[in-house]
Write a protein that binds this ligand. Structure first.
Ligand SMILES: *Cc1c(COP(=O)(O)O)cnc(C)c1O
Length: 455
């Protein structure tokens, strides 16, 4: 029996799919952080190339992938899709489980799908240096790899707790030629202000974003590059779902449930949006489940409101589910899921009921990651272990109702750099943190006051 579905290089998608063409209600305008008036393209030119700004606001359904980007994608794409027969047996379920595996890229996750595109557009427009932030180090490694291909210098502000937990991710970024600093640093005005307030700050993605944006905005040769959340990143990730559509056809199946983990929403959207297009067109009843950490429960406990994307309040103010831009999540091993907001299109689709969200604690997720490694072989990164927890719930529901629903999930990356976390799990040292409502209330009290009608 075939359990692995492969496409040829010729079947690599020629276009990215833009869900903003099909979304049922319009996304609210993005606002300037200074004026709280709708943002205009000139507000973004200090940090992004024109091509990316165009994609960020585009409502064209299909956007052509440049040949050079497609050629680089071919280093590891199309990625494989598997039928998880071993996991089905381990979960004792009549459900049919499939997964798309993005861990075959050089950086070990889905993130190079957008890093390569962003490095390409910046190089085309004469930029010499990219700045960015990274949590677990996955995004920093992806941009270090992609920037190197185009001769760009890459400066990575790495959340301090991850910098300390993951020395090998840092070494990988340095191997690809990037410079890596633990954030908050004393290199930026914002970093210095955070250190003055809390010298032992573990850092957060919000703080690191602010440092990287400040660095790029204050230098002419530099732009800033983002690994998730914004429209153009989600767009670039849709190669995942388009390939998966063809592969599910090869498997003679169509998903009843599509599942992904959510940090900012890009790997989830990348797999889900091409299938969501079918649902939005009224052709299917597929359900979509976004799995997030209970320690950073943006979609399940956040407020749908306008908020800053970064802690310093320098980036655009966008409508999304948020825990407040000053919320600093506890240190969990799924560092890539510690962000206070989520992609605006994803949030709108959650709010309008097309996507369901669930939150999980880290021990229950690691238990599923271990079950997966033992039944399927591949070692999952801590982030997609949240997707695996949702898969296990759906598999149990299928057993109870005796149906053979088709489950498709995104295995967004491998966990070869996360074995310290597995070690802690086996030693019983992983903490399941209860997040008290007061902490959320405090951070949510500091949302920007957007005047009614401004958006
Ligand atoms: C960064 C990362 C995530 C979370 O980011 P999204 O933008 O939500 O996809 C998930 N999985 C892996 C492997 C990652 O590196």
């Amino acid at each position: 029996m075939t359990t692995k579905f492969l496409l040829t290089e010729d079947e690599l998608p020629s276009h990215w799919y833009n869900i903003l063409a099909d979304i049922p209600e319009p996304l609210g305008a993005f606002l300037s952080p200074r004026t709280l008036e709708p943002l205009t393209p000139p507000d973004l030119t200090p940090i992004f190339p024109m091509a990316i700004i165009g994609q960020e606001v585009s409502t064209e359904r299909w956007i052509e992938i440049p040949d050079r980007v497609r050629d680089i994608y071919k280093m590891w794409r199309p990625t494989p899709l598997y039928r998880a027969t071993g996991l089905e047996k381990a979960l004792d379920t009549p459900a049919r489980i499939f997964y798309k595996y993005e861990g075959t890229s050089p950086a070990g996750s889905h993130k190079p799908n957008t890093a390569v595109a962003q490095a390409y557009y910046n190089a085309e427009e004469g930029i010499k240096r990219l700045t960015t932030e990274t949590g677990a180090g996955q995004w920093g490694s992806a941009l270090a790899f992609a920037g190197g291909l185009f001769g760009l210098e890459v400066m990575v502000y790495m959340v301090k707790v991850s910098y300390e937990q993951k020395p090998y991710r840092r070494a990988l970024m340095e191997t690809w030629g990037a410079q890596v600093l633990p954030s908050p640093t004393d290199r930026t005005e914002f970093g210095r202000s955070m250190l003055a307030r809390e010298p032992e700050s573990p850092g957060s993605l919000g703080i690191a974003i602010s440092e990287a944006v400040e660095d790029a905005a204050t230098r002419d040769d530099s732009h800033y590059s983002l690994g998730s959340v914004v429209n153009h990143v989600l767009l670039h990730q849709t190669v995942i779902g388009q390939e998966a559509q063809k592969q599910m056809e090869m498997a003679d199946a169509y998903p009843d449930v599509v599942i992904g983990c959510v940090g900012g929403g890009s790997n989830f959207a990348g797999l889900a949006y091409p299938f969501l297009a079918d649902r939005l067109a009224g052709k299917t009843n597929t359900r979509f489940i976004a799995a997030e950490p209970a320690a950073c429960p943006t979609l399940t406990r956040g407020l749908y409101a306008y908020d800053f994307g970064d802690t310093a309040g320098m980036g655009p103010v966008v409508p999304m589910y948020t825990l407040g831009h000053n919320f600093i999540p506890d240190s969990i091993h799924a560092g890539g899921l510690r962000y206070h907001g989520d992609a605006p299109s994803l949030c709108l689709l959650v709010k309008s009921g097309f996507i369901e969200a669930r939150a999980y604690k880290q021990n229950e997720c690691f238990a599923e990651a271990v079950r997966f490694a033992r039944s399927e072989g591949i070692l999952p990164a801590p982030e997609p272990s949240h997707a695996l927890r949702a898969v296990a719930q759906e598999a149990a529901a299928a057993r109870e109702s005796g149906d053979s629903r088709v489950i498709l999930f995104n295995l967004s990356g491998h966990g070869h750099f996360d074995l310290g976390a597995y070690d802690a799990y086996f030693a019983g040292k992983l903490q399941d943190i209860e997040l008290p409502q007061e902490r959320l209330d405090t951070a949510l009290a500091e949302l920007p006051k957007v005047p009614a009608g401004a958006a």
